[in-house]
Write a protein that binds this ligand. Structure first.
Ligand SMILES: CC(C)(COP(=O)(O)OP(=O)(O)OC[C@H]1O[C@@H](n2cnc3c(N)ncnc32)[C@H](O)[C@@H]1OP(=O)(O)O)[C@@H](O)C(=O)NCCC(=O)NCCS
Length: 171
């Protein structure tokens, strides 16, 4: 087999809806990508519960990329319907690709699969959010047509310093 053919085969991947057998692989890949406080999505944390919940409640909008049956990327999202609004939004919450295969089109293929599913489900807009310093993701989303950057300020407060908290947790 020539080198070129081998490379072409090595670069192939499949995109399919996430299945129950993918849960562990998706979780561990995400742990490598979303470690500590590196680029957490707004108000969400990556843990087993997050992955299981997405799979259980939004199976239709969760996808994986596989190569030789190994998970090399995932996209987890859901459709949001606001009360008193006829609009439906597709929310792309977690998108991750194994760094070993970064920038080879896996993220784009996952995103496209999710976008098409959102359209099938009647969404008229897609939302994504990411840390302001996450250059690769911002470039990625701009390349895919996101041009409307809404600036949100995200504040947090450590409640363990609060008087009320201390009162209640006094031993
Ligand atoms: C963002 C991410 C999903 C992109 O996946 P990918 O498979 O590398 O993306 P693709 O190969 O389909 O697309 C490549 C495009 O993404 C952007 N991009 C990806 N990696 C980049 C990097 N290291 N630096 C700059 N731009 C990058 C670029 O726009 C690039 O196209 P261009 O070089 O023509 O401008 C991937 O980098 C990732 O998993 N990041 C960590 C998790 C994360 O931050 N997810 C998003 C928020 S949930």
């Amino acid at each position: 087999m020539s080198h070129t053919i081998h490379h072409q085969a090595a670069n192939e991947f499949d995109i399919r809806q996430m299945e129950i057998g993918d849960l562990a692989a998706v979780f561990y890949l995400g742990e490598r990508l979303f470690t500590a406080d590196k680029w957490p999505a707004l108000y969400r944390t990556w843990d087993e519960y997050e992955v299981v919940t997405f799979f259980a409640s939004d199976t239709e909008t969760c996808f994986v990329a596989t190569r030789n049956e190994k998970v090399i990327g995932f996209a987890l999202g859901n459709v949001i319907e606001k009360e008193n609004s006829t609009w439906r939004y597709g929310y792309c919450v977690w998108l991750g690709v194994d760094p070993e295969v970064a920038q080879t089109g896996v993220g784009s293929a996952l995103f496209t699969a999710m976008k098409e599913r959102f359209i099938d489900l009647g969404a008229r807009m897609i939302l994504v959010d990411t840390d302001a310093n996450n250059e690769p993701a911002i470039r990625f989303f701009k390349k895919h047509g996101f041009d409307h950057e809404n600036k949100h300020v995200y504040l947090s407060m450590n409640l363990t310093h609060d008087q009320e908290y201390r009162q209640r947790h006094k031993k």
